[in-house]
Design a protein around this ligand. Structure first.
Ligand SMILES: [Cu+2]
Length: 361
């Protein structure tokens, strides 16, 4: 594997409503706030009732059982759930360590939420994982309700040695504090076959879901102080840098807190390309989106503040040296492969307008 490609893997989170998701009642203009009079309310996982948790997990499992619609584009995609993962793999070079990162993932999560509702009859909203609630101490993360084997997504894999874990194509170094690495042994996704290969190949390689939790990375990168530091950024450009963080363990921040903190060396969620193979991806990115929304709402002018490089690994994310790039504005179009037509960033800046219709509790 190409060295840069390998490193890139290293860098890397209810309310039933009468109006269908995103629908525009009464012929209002799509850009009008009036189009979203009945937003979905996204809640933190542990605030859901047991029944609400079960219906979300059932909907995810349903999506994993529905036929793919994009197998013409991605032959390894065997289910509608796989379609989302494959699209993320396909678009990875355009959507991380650059400016489109946050708006792209905002709409991706929204499309997934909509799919759970339309294809699988789910009546709730996409839940989020407020990791900071579990990142205050190293002992807390392993007791997180999100990782509960009965009312959550299952926990850590059994320990495998460093050399075995480091052979997975996720990171070029052993993750400090890694504590698992084997197949997730419990919960609703135990031993589940992830269809797509780990990495960027889009190949078919069914394998068990793995996690390799590093309580050290979770607490370092995801604690409440890191969240507050990101929220204190004076502009979007700086907020985006603080939220995405750097590549080395001591530079990891909120984005890596779950990707590397839960994925470690061998976990599916640690791979920058194929990470949506672990259903926790969607709870983590909903949480990052919530933090962005909180920042956007916290001062005048922030709702429309958007600026930064178009290209992955371009300044200020030039960890591998300078490359050509352009700084983009909210007029930029972001693409979604076979999942959806492209969207202008400006139409993704407010979760209550345009193609979006949700808010956070
Ligand atoms: Cu991503």
């Amino acid at each position: 594997m190409h060295f840069l490609q390998l490193l890139s893997l290293a860098l890397p989170l209810s309310l039933a409503v009468a109006v269908p998701y995103g629908a525009a009642p009464g012929g209002c203009k799509p850009s009008s706030p009036a189009c979203c009079s009945n937003p979905l309310i996204r809640k933190e996982w542990r605030t859901l009732t047991t029944q609400q948790k079960q219906s979300y997990i059932s909907a995810v499992k349903c999506l994993q059982s529905k036929p793919a619609k994009l197998s013409n584009l991605y032959s390894a995609s065997k289910s509608r759930f796989d379609d989302f993962q494959a699209s993320h793999v396909d678009l990875t070079p355009n959507i991380h360590w650059n400016a489109p990162f946050l708006p792209w993932h905002r709409y991706f999560i929204s499309l997934y939420e909509q799919e759970l509702r339309t294809t699988c009859g789910y009546t709730g909203a996409q839940p989020y994982w407020k990791l900071a609630l579990d990142a205050g101490s190293e002992a807390a993360i392993l007791k997180s309700p999100v990782l509960d084997p009965v009312t959550g997504f299952g926990g850590n894999g059994p320990y495998i040695p460093d050399a075995e874990a480091a052979a997975f194509p996720n990171l070029p170094f052993v993750v400090p504090g890694r504590s698992g690495g084997g197949c997730v042994p419990n919960g609703p996704f135990a031993k589940r076959n992830v269809s797509l290969a780990l990495g960027d190949t889009l190949g078919y390689d069914p394998h068990c879901l793995r996690r390799d939790i590093s309580p050290y990375i979770v607490t370092q990168a995801g604690n409440a102080s890191v969240v507050n530091w990101a929220l204190a950024a004076p502009n979007f450009y700086e907020f985006n840098i603080r939220l995405q963080g750097g590549l080395q363990p001591d530079q990891m921040t909120l984005h890596a807190s779950v990707h590397i903190g839960i994925g470690g060396n061998s976990g599916d969620i640690a791979n920058v390309n194929s990470s949506p193979g672990d259903p926790l991806f969607f709870l983590h990115h909903a949480n990052l989106d919530r933090i962005w929304e909180q920042w956007q709402a916290s001062a005048p002018g922030r709702r429309t503040d958007f600026f930064g490089p178009d290209k992955e690994w371009a300044y200020p994310f030039n960890f591998f040296g300078d490359i050509p790039y352009s700084n983009i504005t909210a007029d930029f179009d972001v693409g979604f492969g076979g999942l959806s037509g492209s969207k202008k960033v400006r139409d993704l800046l407010n979760p209550l307008t345009g193609p979006l219709c949700y808010k956070y509790a």
